[in-house]
Write a protein that binds this ligand. Structure first.
Ligand SMILES: *Cc1c(COP(=O)(O)O)cnc(C)c1O
Length: 371
C-alpha cells in the first residue's frame, strides 16, 4: 500500500498517438514530446510504447533527458529542444541526439565540434517567428550565408513554436506561419532544403490548422490525452484523445469533529455542523496544488468529496460526512469513477493554473504503476 500513486495506461498513450497520426494523415510524421518525464507519465515506458506504436521521432527538453532514453535502449531520433548549452554540446555527438540550435553562433560551434570529431551531425534550426523566446531572429540571407560555410553540421530541420495557438481572436499564429513560410521559401530558393519543417504542438493539430503542420508535428499534451480549450472562433476540435493517468491517495485517518471546529493550518475552514473528516496521504510535496485549499474535489467510491482547510505538505483533509470511509481506502485525486471525473484541466481551473503545470507538478516521490 502506498501513500499516493499514479496509474498510467500505456494502451491509452498508444491510442492517443494513433489518433494523432490519423488526424494529420500519412504524409506528416508525428514526433511525440516526452520531456519532463513524459509530463510525469514516465519517459522511458512512454517512449518504448510510442516506438512500438511506430514513432520514429521523440522530443525532449535537455540532453540528460535524451541520455536517459538512449541508455534505456531507445533508438528513435531524439530532438533536444531547449538545451544547446556549451556544456551539453559534446553530448549530442556522444549519444546521437539531435539539437535544436537557436543561433547562428550555435551552428558555427556545432560545425566545429562535428568536424573535430571527424563526422557529420544533423541539427534542427529553430527560428523566432514572433514568440520572443528561443530561436534565431536572423534573416534567411544570414542563415544561408552561415550554412554555406558548414559541411559537418547538417541542417535537417527548420522549426518554430507558436506563442498564442489557442487564441483565435488574435492574428499572431497566422503571422508566425507566414514568417516561417517566407524563411523556408528563401532557404529553398538558396538551395537549402531541410528534410523536416515543423511548427505545431497539440493545439494547432487538434483544431485543424493544416497550414501549420509542415511535414512533422510535435504533440505533447495530446499524447497524454489533453487538448486545451481555445478562445474565439476556432474550427471544431477533431482529435479523439483521452487522459492516460489516474492519481490516487490513501485515507490515513477518519474522525468525527464537532460543529465550530477549525480544520488545518491557519484555520481557514471551520465546521458549521458536526462533520466526519478523512485525512489523505498526499499534499503539496506530492504535487497536489496548495491552491486547492478549501477548493479541491476528490472522488471517493461513487461520489465526490470536498477538500476542507489548507492542503499541507504531506496531507490533505476532506469532508466525508456523506460517505462510509475507512483508513486505507483509496481516493481519486485525478481520474474518474462511475459517475464523475476530475482531470488535470478541472484541477487547473480550481487552482488558477494550467493543466500542464498540474501534470508536471506531480512529485517524483509519487510512485507510478502501469496498467
Ligand atoms: C513542449 C513543447 C511542445 C509540445 O507542446 P504541447 O502543447 O504539450 O503539445 C512542442 N514544441 C515545443 C518546442 C515544446 O517546447
Amino acid at each position: 500500500m502506498h501513500r499516493s500513486w499514479l496509474e498510467v495506461s500505456l494502451g491509452q498513450i498508444a491510442a492517443n498517438f494513433r489518433a494523432i497520426r490519423k488526424t494529420v494523415g500519412p504524409g506528416i510524421a508525428v514526433m511525440p514530446v516526452v520531456k519532463a518525464d513524459a509530463y510525469r507519465h514516465g519517459a522511458v515506458e512512454v517512449s518504448r510504447t510510442l516506438e512500438e506504436a511506430g514513432a520514429r521521432w521523440l522530443a525532449v527538453s535537455n540532453v540528460h533527458e535524451g541520455i536517459v532514453l538512449r541508455e534505456s535502449g531507445i533508438t528513435s531520433n531524439v530532438l533536444v529542444m531547449a538545451d544547446f548549452l556549451p556544456s551539453s554540446r559534446p553530448l549530442f555527438l556522444d549519444y546521437n541526439l539531435t539539437p535544436a540550435i537557436h543561433s547562428l553562433e550555435g551552428i558555427r560551434d556545432y560545425e566545429r565540434l562535428a568536424r573535430n570529431a571527424g563526422r557529420t551531425a544533423n541539427y534542427h534550426l529553430k527560428i523566432d517567428t514572433g514568440m520572443g523566446r528561443l530561436g534565431t531572429r536572423a534573416t534567411a540571407a544570414e542563415i544561408l550565408n552561415e550554412i554555406a560555410g558548414t559541411h559537418a553540421a547538417r541542417l535537417e530541420g527548420l522549426m518554430t513554436h507558436f506563442a498564442s495557438a489557442p487564441n483565435y481572436d488574435r492574428p499572431q499564429t497566422d503571422e508566425q506561419v507566414a514568417t516561417f513560410t517566407e524563411v523556408l521559401q528563401h532557404l529553398r530558393a538558396g538551395g537549402v532544403h531541410p528534410a523536416f519543417f515543423h511548427l505545431s504542438s497539440t493545439v494547432p493539430i487538434a483544431y485543424q490548422r493544416r497550414e501549420a503542420w509542415g511535414n512533422l508535428v510535435r504533440p505533447g499534451h495530446a499524447i497524454y490525452g489533453y487538448v486545451s480549450p481555445v478562445k474565439g472562433q476556432a474550427p471544431a476540435q477533431s482529435l479523439d484523445v483521452h487522459p492516460a493517468l489516474t492519481w490516487k491517495a490513501t485515507v490515513l485517518e477518519v474522525k468525527d469533529i464537532p460543529a465550530g471546529a477549525p480544520v488545518g493550518y491557519g484555520a481557514i475552514h471551520t465546521t458549521s455542523k458536526p462533520a466526519r473528516i478523512a485525512i489523505l496521504a498526499a499534499g503539496y510535496a506530492d504535487g497536489y496544488p496548495h491552491r486547492l485549499s478549501n477548493k479541491g474535489r476528490v472522488l471517493i467510491q461513487n461520489t465526490v468529496a470536498s477538500v476542507i482547510g489548507a492542503v499541507s505538505m504531506d496531507v490533505t483533509t476532506i469532508d466525508v460526512s456523506h460517505v462510509e470511509v475507512r483508513p486505507g481506502d483509496p481516493v481519486t485525486l485525478l481520474g474518474a469513477n462511475e459517475n464523475e471525473s476530475i482531470d488535470a484541466q478541472q484541477i487547473a481551473r480550481l487552482a488558477g493554473t494550467i493543466s500542464y503545470s498540474v501534470l508536471c507538478g506531480i512529485s517524483s516521490r509519487v510512485p507510478r504503476f502501469y496498467v
